[in-house]
Write a protein of this length. Structure first.
Length: 463
């Protein structure tokens, strides 16, 4: 019997030893499943959690910006001369804190985002887009608005959104330069959409401004990002338009001369503004450039003092974003002095030159409103006051950014003036062409060249 059982045992052992190997395919299948689940998780986190976080931060910055503006207004009520002390000290402190603790947050944030998109490595964009950058951008922007700097929060929100989405780079399916660019563009678009409460403008901003040098192939992912971040903005703010609602209307046939004139004036003004900003960052005399770089804190204080003097002489009109003042003239419920546009432009240039954090989107719209008010006064029979102001605002923004589609969509969505679609579209295209004659290189892309070399720990301010 033992021999028989032994034979059985040998037969069973031989059968088992010659079974087809199954362990390796089983492990491979398990690995593929785990990898697939991991990719799904990372994609879901990037395109769901990321946009929600961008929306929350944008709304938080919007609420914080309103409180900062109220704080500054209260300071002016206490003493209209308080900016002469507060602004130089505030600018100096903000410059120091930004350079010491948050390098890379200075300026608008859009040039940094563009530079990160154009980069092919990982070292530079980590210095321009990171959680530290996002936190610093929020704090520094609120600080600038609190002291009355002529800055906006829209450009900073672009860098914040791009920083949030860039956190997902290197995880799951987001491993190559193309997916990195998609994440950054989606974050920047979501930032604009949530900041202005204009979802369509966010999409166009990504296509027209952020992807000038790249083929835009992030349609679905960017759409999801913008929609989700926009939903957060809508849930918190409602269908809010920062410049109110205007019933301005311009007949195409009778208003052609108004469109041409506003396009030329707005585009030329925007082009001059862009050229001045570019010159202030790269074309100043050597002594001035050396002073700005080596004595940056003192230079920032000097810029703050000049803005304070300008504001005291003009009843505080150049301070802040300019939302309230612009809304007054668009809704024909207030009269702007003739010098508002030029004073706001000077304050915005000085704020940008100082090296503190802050964007130029909202101030540019305010400057355009001031110039539009002047045009309406000079040519009262050309079109209604609101229509003229609206056209020049779109033209000026298009002249500054050289992004005509984004410009007219922002104006249409922010003022609920869909009836002005064709005039706004036309005036923006004209303005962009006029601006190109004065400033051949688009402003943000010229400023982005400052970051075309590997970043260091001591990033110079982006003006």
């Amino acid at each position: 019997m033992s021999g028989k059982y032994l034979a059985y045992a040998e037969g069973i052992a031989h059968f088992i030893m010659h079974l087809p190997p199954r362990r390796k395919p089983y492990s491979l299948r398990t690995g593929l499943i785990i990898s697939r689940v991991s990719d799904i998780w990372h994609r879901g986190a990037a395109w769901i959690i990321g946009p929600l976080l961008v929306g929350l931060l944008a709304v938080g910055l919007a609420f914080g910006g309103e409180q900062a503006a109220k704080l500054h207004a209260q300071m002016l009520k206490i003493s209209p001369y308080s900016p002469l002390v507060v602004m130089p000290l505030g600018f100096a402190l903000l410059f120091y804190l930004g350079r010491r603790f948050f390098p890379g947050t200075q300026g608008s944030g859009i040039p940094q985002t563009i530079a990160a998109i154009d980069s092919t490595g990982t070292e530079k964009e980590n210095a321009l887009l990171s959680p530290r950058i996002a936190v610093g951008k929020i704090l520094m922007t609120l600080g600038g608005l609190s002291v009355g700097a002529s800055i906006g929060r829209e450009g900073p929100t672009v860098q914040i959104g791009a920083s949030v989405m860039h956190m997902f780079y290197g995880h799951g399916p987001f491993q190559n330069p193309e997916t990195r660019r998609i994440l950054i563009m989606a974050g920047g678009a979501a930032g604009i959409a949530a900041a202005f409460n204009t979802p369509l403008a966010g999409i166009m901003f990504a296509i027209e401004e952020l992807s000038k040098k790249h083929v835009f192939n992030a349609n679905s992912s960017t759409l999801v990002t913008v929609i989700l971040s926009g939903l957060i903005s809508l849930a918190a703010l409602g269908n809010y338009t920062y410049f109110g609602s205007t019933g301005a209307y311009l007949d195409w046939s009778s208003g052609i001369w108004a469109i041409l004139l506003c396009g030329v004036i707005g585009g030329a003004s925007g082009g001059c503004f862009s050229q001045l900003l570019i010159a202030s960052s790269s074309k100043l005399p050597a002594r001035v450039t050396s002073f700005m770089q080596n004595r940056g804190v003192l230079f920032a204080a000097l810029c703050g003092l000049l803005i304070a003097i300008l504001g005291v002489c003009t009843d505080g009109l150049p301070f802040g974003t300019g939302y309230a003042t612009t809304r007054l003239t668009l809704e024909d419920s207030g009269v702007l002095p003739w010098y508002f546009g030029i004073s706001k432009m000077l304050a915005t240039i000085l704020s940008s030159m100082s090296g503190i954090t802050g964007g130029i989107f909202a101030p540019s719209l305010a400057v355009g409103a001031g110039i539009g008010d002047n045009v309406a006064d000079l040519f009262p029979n050309m079109a209604t006051h609101s229509a003229t102001v609206l056209l020049v605002m779109a033209a000026y923004l298009s002249g500054v950014t050289r992004a005509p589609v984004t410009s007219f969509i922002i104006m249409m969505e922010m003022t609920d003036s869909h009836q002005m679609l064709i005039p706004l579209m036309t005036v923006s295209v004209i303005a962009s062409a006029v601006s190109k004659m004065i400033c051949p290189t688009p402003l943000y892309h010229k400023l982005a060249e400052r970051f075309s070399v590997p970043a260091t720990a001591n990033l110079q301010p982006s003006r």
